[in-house]
Design a protein around this ligand. Sequence first.
Ligand SMILES: [Zn+2]
Length: 576
Amino acid sequence: MNNQTRAQNGESADDSDSDFTNEQLTGNIHKIAIVPPNYTGKPKKGHLIFDACFECGNLGRVDYISDFEYDLFIRPDTCNARFRIWFNFTVENVKQEQRVVFNVVNFSKSKSLYREGMSPLRVVFNVVNFSKSKSLYREGMSPLVKSTSRPKWQRIPAKNVFYYRCPEHKRNYVMSFVFCFDVEDDVYQFAYSFPYSYTKLQNYLQILDNRSLDYYDRELLALSVQQRRLDLVTICDPELKNTSEKKRKLVIITARVHPGETPSSYVCQGLIEFLVSPHPIAKVLRENVIFKIIPMLNPDGVFLGNYRCSLMGFDLNRVWQDPSPWAHPELFAAKAQVLSLDKDPSMDLDFFIDIHAHSTMMNGFMYGNIYEDPNRYERQAIFPKLLCSNADDFSMSNTSFNRDAVKAGTGRRTLGGSLDENCNCYTLEVSFFSYQPAGFNHPIPYTEEEYMKLGRNLARTFLDFYKLQNYIVFNPSAAIMPKLNNSAGFSSYRSNNTLTNGNGNNPLLGNNLNNSTNGKKRSPTTMSQQPLKPISSSSMSNHNGNSSSSMSNGSQNSNAATNENKPKFFIDNSLE
Ligand SMILES: [Zn+2]
């Protein structure tokens, strides 16, 4: 289709979100050489060959516009043309120093994806050489790129990425980026975010299986429609697992119900990695808390390269109320598991946390519920505040609590209404793009490592919540671990209606949560002596989040930390 034809189509097109073109894009392109119209013969060097026929791949069509410009069409989710965000494809047969403009032309029509008012694309070839492009990022979406000779993902510099509404594409939101291929023999891969495949998870879990850890267990909860594994990982000390002397604390964490939200898998892997590590905090957690983790709730959607849906086109985070065993077997099994654990009299289910990624907001943040019981409602704020004090990238001002009707089918809403009233149910969101810690006046792009760090900080926040700091022994071989009894450690944050900690302080009113536990002064040397390498160095300072006594819902939060004052470039449409 040439430019003129495209323009004519665009002017007369309706604004429907599942238009004819997208309905036709039902498969990924497979090693197609894009050559000029009327060109016959074998593709020459520089006739780009596109491929998305691999696990998590997504690219439905490529149109040749000129030797230096190509229109790219995202393949919609299987059986659901509404969602078109995730792309992941390779390009080869490039020419040295070949400069191109890629226009991704059929994103879902979500205004909030992009900043309004971006100027139209000006094709200026100020392309920075791929290998030299560092530290040029700004806020907003930048695609990722890697190549065979440089296998680490890099973000394409923001100055080479343009967003605009395009009259030639039905006024769709279009993202264009300019790029220079610099190594002729390389295969280049472009993706919306860091891919994290079903196979990658299986390989990771296999490595853990092979370690034969007595505190780690993996079981098959169910098979997906396409017969992929729905794994349930349990991490806890065998002694705790087998005890019948006390009620055991239980935390359930799920991730990747939305397949395109790959950062959630990195957060989840960071959490698992920390919990199975020999770190003294991890050891204390394993001895006192049972962690049950479902790392990939939608294995088919992930495998297929969908953004939001399962194989059959269902948004699985809208079917928690009544999952079907045949249409949503993953959700059916996951919900049954959570409900049966909730009913188990030997356990107290304290947390259900479902990890997602957010396409418009910065930082990590949480969604929680609104409850009639004010004590329950306020108790719910404690964990995000503790996480905020542990993680530079977590924002209390982005954290909010709601009961929007459109979210009734989400995990945290449905389970928040049906689990024991002591269970805190959250969605944990993390930005696809960037975060802004206190003291920084510009956003920092997330890396895979930064996502994993959020997972580690999430894990370690349970230590604070359960007030287990006193049980850390830094040289386990030289000291005997004190045993918890029923009255120590656990009860303070969990179900204390007066919302006081052991000192009678109200944890919501800005007391230093890190200096006292259960009335005892925490050893001032314990944390500082510990080489807390995996966790942020500023993690023990309450740089934000602890000074407000009200529930944070963004505008009401008056915290002055930089994190809280950062500019919001997008409207949050909260696609949780
Ligand atoms: Zn999501």
